[in-house]
Write a protein that binds this ligand. Structure first.
Ligand SMILES: Cc1cc2nc3c(=O)[nH]c(=O)nc-3n(C[C@H](O)[C@H](O)[C@H](O)COP(=O)(O)OP(=O)(O)OC[C@H]3O[C@@H](n4cnc5c(N)ncnc54)[C@H](O)[C@@H]3O)c2cc1C
Length: 469
C-alpha cells in the first residue's frame, strides 16, 4: 500500500475541486485530487452545464432551421432530426472537455487519483482505487468538494428510463411524446425546452404558484408567458404525490398544494427536477466529526474552514447557490487562502442564467428582496422590442430591468430576459463589482447596434431618461 504525503488533498474533481487543485499547484502547494467518477469535471462537465448546453444549442438550431428561417428569406427543404447524431455530438463535447481538464492537471502537476476518497482521520484520506486496492494519503489540509446530487421526492422512484433525473433527460431516445417536468426551476425549464423543440409536448408541474423561485417575480411572470406561447403547459400550485411507471408510460398523481382536489396526468417520460442536495455519502465525516447544517450541507466559515482544523469545503456541498461559477470562485479563493493570500468571493454579484430561448439572466437583488429588507429603490425598464439589434435579428421578446438604490443610485440588481441575456448580464456584474451607479452605466458608451444598448436604456430609465421608448 503506497503512502503519499501532500500539502493539500482535494476529494472531488468537479469544478470546485479541479479549479482549486490547479490554482493551488500554481501557488506551489503540493496537491492531489481524488475523483471517483472515472472522469474529471464533476456534474458540470459530465451531466450538468455542458451536456445540457450542447443539447440546448443543437435543439435551438433544429427549431430555428425548421420554423424561423423563412422570415429571413431563407428556404430549406424538409428538415429532419437525427437524434442519435445530436446525442453523440453532446457526448463528444463532454469527452473532449473532461480530457482537457486531465491535460490541465498534467500541465500543472496535480496528482489525479482515481477512486473513492474517505476521510480516515485528521490529515488522512483513504482512497478505494478504481482499479482495486487502497491508497493512503496524508495531507496538511483536506478539501471536501464532493458536490451535489438530484433531490428525491417521496412517492417517486427514479429508473432513469421512464422516470428520470436531469442525467437521464440528457440521453432520452426516442423523443418522448409527452414529457412531464416536476419542478419549475432552471434545470427543468432548460431540459423541457430541449425536448419541446425536438417535438415533445411539455407539461411543468410545480408546487409553488410561480416558476423560477428566487428570481424577480415580474421577470418570472413575464418569462412564463413567453414559455406558454412556445407551447409549455404549466400546472402550478400542484403537489405531486406519486408516479407509476408501466410499459407504455407513467401515471403521475397530484393534489392541489393547498391539499385539495386530486388529479392525474399521463406521460411518456417524467423528469424529476426538484432541486439538488449536498452529497457527502461514504465520506467518513463522522470519523472526525465534521459539522453539517440542517440541509445536510457542510458548515464552513467565510474562509471555507469547517469546524475541524485542517478540513475545508467548497462548491455545491456548502451553502450558497449551486452554480459552477460560484464553485470555481470558491476553489480559487481557498487555494489563495491556503497560500497565505487574501482569497475572497463576493456573493453579492453571483449571476444566474437560464439558457432557454430567450435566456433569463439575473444578478443582485430582486424587488421582493429589497421590499422585505425595507430598502428604498428605483426601477428602470426597457423592452427588448425597442432595441434595434433585436429587430434586425427578429428576436424581440423580453426586457431589461435595472434596480438602483433610491438615495445613492448604486446598482442593486439587474434582471434580463433576452436572446443572449447570459452574456449581457456581465455588464451589470462588472458594474456591481465596482459599485457603479445606474448613471455610470447609463453614461458609458454602448456600441450601436447591440443588445447591450437595452441595458444602457434601462439604466437611463431609472432616472426617467430613456431615449428609445
Ligand atoms: C442538468 C444540470 C445543468 C446545470 N447547468 C448549470 C449551468 O448552466 N451553469 C451553472 O453555473 N451551473 C449549472 N449546474 C450546476 C453545476 O453543475 C454545479 O453547481 C457544479 O457542478 C458544482 O460543482 P462541484 O465541484 O461543487 O460539484 P460536482 O460538480 O458535483 O463535483 C463533485 C465531484 O465529486 C465527486 N465525488 C463525490 N464524492 C466523492 C468521493 N468520496 N471520492 C471521490 N470523488 C467524489 C463526484 O463524483 C463529482 O464528480 C447544472 C447542474 C445540472 C445537474
Amino acid at each position: 500500500m503506497a503512502d503519499t504525503t501532500y500539502d493539500l488533498v482535494i476529494i472531488g474533481g468537479g469544478v470546485a475541486g479541479y479549479v482549486a487543485a490547479i490554482r493551488a499547484s500554481q501557488l506551489g502547494i503540493k496537491t492531489a485530487c481524488v475523483e471517483m467518477r472515472g472522469r474529471l469535471g464533476g456534474t458540470c462537465l459530465n451531466v450538468g452545464c455542458i451536456p445540457s448546453k450542447a443539447l440546448l444549442q443543437s435543439s435551438e438550431i433544429y427549431e430555428e432551421t425548421k420554423s424561423h428561417l423563412a422570415v429571413h428569406g431563407v428556404g430549406v427543404g424538409n428538415v429532419s432530426l437525427d437524434l442519435a447524431a445530436m446525442l453523440g455530438r453532446k457526448d463528444k463535447v463532454v469527452e473532449d472537455l473532461t480530457k482537457g481538464v486531465e491535460f490541465l492537471f498534467r500541465k500543472n502537476k496535480v496528482d489525479y487519483i482515481k477512486g473513492r476518497g474517505r476521510i480516515a482521520g485528521h490529515g488522512r484520506v483513504e482512497v478505494a482505487l478504481e482499479g482495486g486496492g487502497n491508497q493512503s494519503l496524508t495531507a496538511k489540509s483536506i478539501c471536501i468538494a464532493t458536490g451535489s446530487e438530484s433531490s428525491p421526492l417521496p412517492g417517486i422512484t427514479v429508473d432513469e428510463k421512464r422516470i428520470v433525473t436531469s442525467t437521464g433527460a440528457l440521453s432520452l431516445n426516442p423523443v418522448p411524446g409527452h414529457l412531464i417536468v416536476i419542478g419549475a426551476g432552471y434545470i427543468g425549464l432548460e431540459m423541457g425546452s430541449v425536448w419541446r423543440r425536438l417535438g415533445s409536448k411539455v407539461t411543468v408541474v410545480e408546487y409553488l404558484d410561480r416558476i423560477l423561485p428566487g428570481m424577480d417575480g415580474e421577470i418570472a411572470k413575464s418569462f412564463q408567458r413567453i414559455l406558454q406561447k412556445q407551447g409549455f403547459e404549466f400546472r402550478l400550485g400542484m403537489k405531486v404525490t406519486g408516479a407509476e411507471a408501466g410499459a407504455n408510460g407513467v401515471k403521475l398523481s397530484m393534489v392541489t398544494a393547498a391539499g385539495g382536489d386530486a388529479a392525474s396526468l399521463d406521460a411518456d417520460v417524467v423528469l424529476l427536477c426538484v432541486g439538488r442536495r449536498a452529497f457527502t455519502e461514504g465520506l467518513g465525516l463522522e470519523t472526525v466529526s465534521v459539522a453539517k447544517d440542517e440541509r445536510g450541507r457542510i458548515k464552513t466559515d467565510r474562509h471555507f474552514a469547517t469546524n475541524v482544523p485542517g478540513i475545508y469545503a467548497i462548491g455545491d456541498v456548502i451553502a450558497g447557490p449551486m452554480l459552477a461559477h460560484k464553485s470555481e470562485e470558491e476553489g480559487i479563493a481557498l487555494a489563495e487562502i491556503l497560500a497565505g493570500q487574501a482569497g475572497h468571493v463576493n456573493y453579492e454579484t453571483v449571476p444566474g442564467v437560464v439558457y432557454t430561448h430567450p435566456e433569463v439572466a439575473t444578478v443582485g437583488k430582486t424587488e421582493e428582496e429589497l421590499k422585505a429588507a425595507g430598502v428604498a429603490y428605483k426601477v428602470g425598464k426597457f423592452p427588448i422590442t425597442a432595441n434595434s439589434r433585436a429587430r434586425c435579428a427578429g428576436d424581440t421578446e423580453g426586457l431589461v430591468k435595472i434596480i438602483a438604490d433610491a438615495k445613492t443610485d448604486r446598482l442593486l440588481g439587474c434582471h434580463i430576459i433576452s436572446a443572449d441575456a447570459g452574456t449581457m448580464i456581465h455588464e451589470a456584474v462588472m458594474a456591481m463589482e465596482f459599485q457603479a451607479s445606474a448613471e455610470d452605466v447609463a453614461r458609458a458608451f454602448h456600441a450601436h447596434p447591440t443588445l447591450n444598448e437595452a441595458v444602457k436604456e434601462a439604466a437611463l430609465a431609472v432616472d426617467g431618461r430613456a431615449i428609445h421608448i
